[in-house]
Design a protein. Sequence first.
Length: 382
Amino acid sequence: MTAIGLDLRGLQDGFKAHKKRGIGVYIRNLAARAHLAPPELSLHGFYDPGLEAEEPVAMGAEAYDIRYISPLRPILRQYVWQHFLFRPVIKAAARKNRLDAFFFPAHLDAPAGVGIPYAVKAHDMIQAALGEMHSSLKHRAHVMKQISALKGARVIIANSHHTKGDVVKYAGVDPKKIVVAHLGVDPEFTPHAEADLSRFDLPEKFVFNVGGIDPRKNIDLLFTAFSRLMDKDPDYHLVMTGAMEGDPQFQSFNAEMKSRSLKSRVRALGYVTQKELAALYARANVFFYPSLYEGFGLPVLEAMACGAPVITTNRSSIPEVAGDAAITLDPDMPELFTEALLRLAGNDDERARLRELGPRRAATFSWDTHAKTVWQTLATAF
């Protein structure tokens, strides 16, 4: 029997920003499939008792023992607390529960020099790959910590072949210890998804975008293409979700909207529930996602599952996910995106074609398959 500790801090408010983002979606779906583990694998979830813990507790997870370090929490930066003081806490949990290893569902969360066998899930290498967008000393320190975590892992689960390639390229990891397992899509994402969206007062026709406003999301291209569509068909609006006000790019985002006279045409909905998100995908006329880099591209998969006609880029892992069920274009040729949006927004037949292809493509991705691959990999590695 192989006993593995499962770090569930990513499902807690106050631990980075994981819970309401893609990493939280990942951990939630993986942990919910613990029952798919082979009989020779025993899983033990853990959480930080100093933070909100509704989800880990509901999953039957155990609290880390932090009593000896908790007095230091108020006076230390979160980064120091999470990545250095948690080393002995995790080692103690492993010793007490006679664990063979720990699994960190995000390689970002493996504490430096944890000192026990461990595996990680690599979501992306964004900070290394897009270093020109983030050149501060703090950024470089984060990249070095990620590389250290990846090098120290006995096995790495990558969510795409592209991510595997980037881990090899930027961290110098032996590709033989990386297992690729594509993510899945929740059954709630369907063309028939429904939710009460009345609080949003949605327009009848809208282009939809999710995922934030940081530079790699390529919001300038989104605004450029939408501005042209608005000139041609003023009935269209742009609807966006995600936490924006706390983003460092929020001021420039607002300024750009004003300079393009888009303020009255853009609906920023903020955080929405998964049920609302699925219904928004299903209702959108077009899902426009010009991201420059994704480790996987879960929004593209979710949009296709809901039958939203998708326009996205041909960069990073996105083509692995989209296949031939979306329009994928070179972001270095922005005029192609404008042309595609104008054509798709005004072509009922083309939208219908993509609405049919998307769910078929999305059905080839399965959380159950992903979880089984992860659990079997861990059982074999340790």
